[in-house]
Design a protein around this ligand. Structure first.
Ligand code: AFD
Ligand code: MN
Ligand code: MN
Length: 424
């Protein structure tokens, strides 16, 4: 299905006068409103193929109907999001869930919706039907060389699928680790993993990157072989210039200072990918900004400051993706909320008075430093975000239009009530 441009135009016409009033107000309050709007319009966040259906929990799955049944339908879903907000212009695939039978057809379909292919994800955390060796005791870390070889070959196959689609990055997230003390020799597990990653790295095309994602715990509960940013940075430093660390907001121990982590990774030129979500307890994969919006702002503040210090383009300098799971909400509504939260926070980070903050830091003026940050965080920037969408051809209120157009009802009508998206 499609959301016709004319439907978006009618929706915008009705809201235009109110929007313009809010926009004029904020444009008078901030410096360079036009620049901020342009940066927001350029900023695109990839949607992963596995966020379009109802996520599994250990306890139950309560699908809401109309879930995409195949890669084509996943592209359609992301295309719909992009038509509404003009900020979801990329899709991230997971192999083997999303193996394209006809890559040129898939590429053409994505192009119709204005989507490009973001990082490709490999999967060595599940055993697939017909697979020779099991990953029960790990994949790239495994004590058995044949099992490591199988996992390496899978990652190289993922790169090949990505080349056919025009992607330029591979994300490796490993479930490797151990559940009990004594189960693993930590150094040996690290060395095996490094050697395996080196073989995968050797198969990367010249213009590709590899992102090594870390996670503190789960599914292994005692140790994780890429458990934190330090371990990821060790791997990516040893691998070489095409290797980068990937930060997923949900993959830290409680109260970790993620803003400091991204700042130092950027300083080292080793931050490559970023997964947005929110959480209260662990890897909850909740809607971005729904639990800790101020923390998200502080992280974005460091991202903007650190990228500017390196002369990086905000939109293209990192691989931005939402990594979420939906158990009680319509996944598409949740993704619209997540994108809105990302854009609002990015806009607030752009508002930070950097000169004043640097002066306050230099003078140990702690009070002013806090004032500068909180002034930006407390500014209502929603009209700037809406203006960026309007400029790009999106809807002033994507969620409202999604509901009035009855998108979910139409998807259920087309696909049925009992559809299950492949993925987590
Ligand atoms: C799991 C991991 C990680 C990864 C995703 C896709 O926690 O976030 O990005 O699977 O492999 O959710
Ligand atoms: Mn992730
Ligand atoms: Mn995760």
């Amino acid at each position: 299905m499609n959301i016709e441009k004319s439907r978006i135009a009618i929706h915008n016409d009705v809201l235009l006068a109110t929007h313009q009033r809010s926009f004029d107000y904020i444009a008078g309050e901030v410096e360079n409103a036009g620049d901020i709007v342009n940066k927001l319009a350029a900023f695109q966040v990839a949607i992963p193929s596995w966020a379009l259906g109802t996520g599994g929990t250990r306890f139950g799955r309560f699908p809401g109907g109309g879930e995409p049944r195949c890669l084509e339908e996943k592209i359609t879903d992301i295309g719909l999001l992009h038509q509404l907000n003009q900020s979801s212009g990329a899709i991230s695939l997971h192999i083997p869930w999303d193996i394209p039978s006809d890559p040129s057809h898939i590429k053409a379909l994505a192009a119709q919706y204005g989507l490009r292919f973001d990082a490709m994800n490999s999967n060595t955390f599940q055993d697939q039907p017909g697979q020779v060796f099991s990953y029960k005791f790990g994949s790239l870390q495994h004590v058995n060389k044949d099992i490591r070889k199988q996992a390496i070959a899978h990652n190289i196959e993922v790169i090949r699928h990505g080349i056919a689609l025009g992607s330029d990055a591979l994300t490796v997230w490993l479930a490797d680790g151990s559940c009990f003390p004594g189960q693993l020799n930590f150094r040996q597990a690290f060395q095996h993993t490094l050697e395996s990653l080196q073989e995968i790295y050797a198969a990367l095309p010249d213009d590709w990157k590899i992102f090594v994602e870390y996670k503190a715990a789960e599914p292994n509960f005692y140790s994780t072989t890429v458990g934190d940013w330090g371990q990821s940075l060790l791997y990516t430093s040893k691998l070489g210039p095409k290797a980068f660390t990937l930060v997923d907001l949900g993959h830290h121990l409680p109260n970790a200072n993620i803003e400091q982590i991204v700042s130092l990774l950027l300083m080292e030129g080793k931050l490559g990918g970023f997964h947005f979500n929110d959480s209260k307890y662990g890897d909850d994969d909740l809607t971005v900004g729904s639990i800790k919006p101020y923390q998200l702002f502080l992280i974005f503040n460091e991202l903007v400051e650190g990228m500017d210090a390196k002369g990086m383009n905000h939109a293209t300098g990192l691989g931005w993706m939402i990594d979420a799971s939906h158990n009680v909400k319509d996944p598409l509504e949740d993704l619209l909320q997540s994108i809105e939260a990302i854009m609002i926070t990015y806009a607030q980070a752009l508002l930070v008075d950097r000169k004043k903050l640097a002066e306050a830091q230099q003078n140990n003026d702690v009070v002013t430093a806090q004032e500068v940050l909180q002034h930006a965080f407390r500014t209502d920037v929603r009209a700037l975000v809406a203006a960026a969408r309007l400029q790009a051809g999106g809807a002033l209120q994507p969620l409202a239009l999604y509901r009035t157009e009855k998108v979910r009802e139409q998807l259920i009508h087309e696909r049925g009530m009992k559809t299950v998206a492949t993925g987590l």
